[in-house]
Design a protein around this ligand. Structure first.
Ligand code: GLP
Length: 237
């Protein structure tokens, strides 16, 4: 596992640079589109903006998917992750609409089938929740390492972390998320975390025992994961 710890001011641009290099590398060698899964949340906002500015990415040759979505929200709902990604990336690049696959447009059992038909996930972006979740695979009920795309009920601390972006989350604490096994099948993972509040959980995920109680700890088993942390999130490693 490669771990980069960078200054907070460089976190978004360094992450975008590294991800951009990987996209460009794959675009040289693949005879199909690059399949990329995006994460959402505060961690990703500046990163996505920086990524949108990278030169020489052929945005028309990427198929986009996303990790998770609140249950029942349409893609145009301002709090949906589909809307978040449109605002923070797709409105800034020239990826054709047909290459963008939002969870909200599909049945949850169809979604991963489409990913697989297109050749599987080449690059997945990941953040981490305060309880160590990836996507919305929260312990203890939904973090089975064999888990596939599933509907979940969100825990109070996750509701609290996301309520500023989705004020009605208290009335609808449900989501659809790719499962841990789906995520681990990705060929390359980029794991991003910033801010001091993530330091403890990042330490447990990257240096602690591999356990479903800390879902992100499974990353220690992935052969191709690149971790980018700001100095605060990396301060306990
Ligand atoms: C939500 C998302 C995750 C994300 C996490 C961290 O739970 N489903 O994919 O990693 O939030 O979010 P933030 O970046 O806002 O801390």
């Amino acid at each position: 596992m490669k771990i980069d710890i960078v200054k907070a001011t460089d976190f978004a641009s360094k992450s975008a640079y590294l991800v951009g290099e990987e996209i460009k590398r794959l675009q040289k060698i693949l005879d199909r589109n690059v399949n990329m899964v995006l994460a959402t949340g505060h961690t990703m906002i500046e990163f996505l903006d920086e990524l949108s500015k990278i030169k020489d990415i052929d945005w028309k040759r990427i198929n986009f998917f996303h990790l998770d979505e609140y249950k029942g929200l349409t893609c145009s709902h301002v709090s949906s992750y589909g809307y978040f990604l449109t605002e923070n990336l797709f409105s800034k690049v020239d990826t054709p609409k047909e290459n963008i696959h939002f969870v909200c447009d599909f049945d949850k059992d169809e979604y991963m089938k489409i990913v697989r038909e297109k050749g599987g996930i080449d690059i997945a972006m990941l953040g981490i929740g305060m309880d160590g979740h990836l996507g919305f695979n929260e312990p203890p009920n939904y973090s089975n390492f064999d888990g596939r795309m599933q509907e979940v009920k969100l825990r109070p601390e996750t509701i609290e972390n996301n309520i500023d972006m989705y004020p009605e989350i208290l009335d609808n604490p449900y989501a659809i998320t790719m499962g841990m096994a789906d995520i681990m099948e990705s060929k390359k993972l980029f794991f991003l975390a910033n801010k001091v509040k993530k330091a403890e959980i990042v330490k447990q995920a990257l240096k602690g025992p591999i356990t479903e109680d800390i879902p992100a700890s499974i990353l220690q088993k992935h052969p191709n994961v690149e971790v980018i942390l700001d100095e605060e999130a990396g301060s306990m490693l």
